[in-house]
Design a protein around this ligand. Sequence first.
Ligand code: OGA
Ligand code: MN
Length: 292
Amino acid sequence: MEMIKERAAPRVERLNEALGARMVGFDLSKPLSRSDIETILKAFAEHAVLVFHGQKLEPADLSRFTRHFGPLEVHHMAELPFPDFPEVRILSNVRKDGKLIGANRAGRHWHSDLSYLDETGLATFLYCVETPPAGGNTKFADMAAAYEALPKEMKRKVDGRTAIHDRNFRYSELYPDRKPLTPEQIAAVPPSEHPLVIQHPVTGRKALFVAKDVVSHIVGMEETESRALIDALEAFATQDRFVYSHPWQVGDLVVWDNRSTLHQATPYDEAEYRRIMYRTQCKGSVPIPAVA
Ligand code: OGA
Ligand code: MN
């Protein structure tokens, strides 16, 4: 008689008090069943950060999985490590023939991917190929929980406001080891205006949409007050009680929702250790302003 290998029933476990879920019993190297896809998309809306351990993924697998969340985004500054899969990037400190094999030191500040475009990031996927024994975490902050916990007088200041997200605002400070942007590169990514409080298209939950190194100012607010409020909002939202810090293990795939979280990479000993991540992203849409 043929032996049928039993697979543990897939399940979803909360990661910590703040946000995120561990997804157990899914093999993302194979096409997923309808019900698995439904479970994953439901968990994504509910938990915003999903962690799948022990995966063994090729670029094609990562691409296929990403497409369940939306159309693939080809990053505007992408190098092409996998010519057949232009949507798959590498993040790494590793050099080959003296050249970095991917983007290094990306995202060391709190941000939401592509928030400076009109159509901002939806889901981002990172798959861990190699990781240092310590550091090199990715931290996530729950912007929906932060909005809900905001003191009344701060809520009053943000409700109904818009802010300017600008990739060029602090680029040279954030990436001192990269070539400065050319005038053409700067012109290619103009700033974009978004509501300070946005509404999630699936859950309807309101979330803060702000990051101090990407948002240059709040529209219609005096400069000193605007800067102080932007800094205070990020500091409030990134308190430990709203944050999950992911310690990477080889084979982890993490997907996050840029509409309800900020994220940030933490440093590690780059001289001593290697970090290699594969990355995909799916196309977002124009953020929905929260209605009071
Ligand atoms: C990203 C990003 C953080 C990290 O891929 O968008 O910010 O920890 N990565 O590599
Ligand atoms: Mn990022």
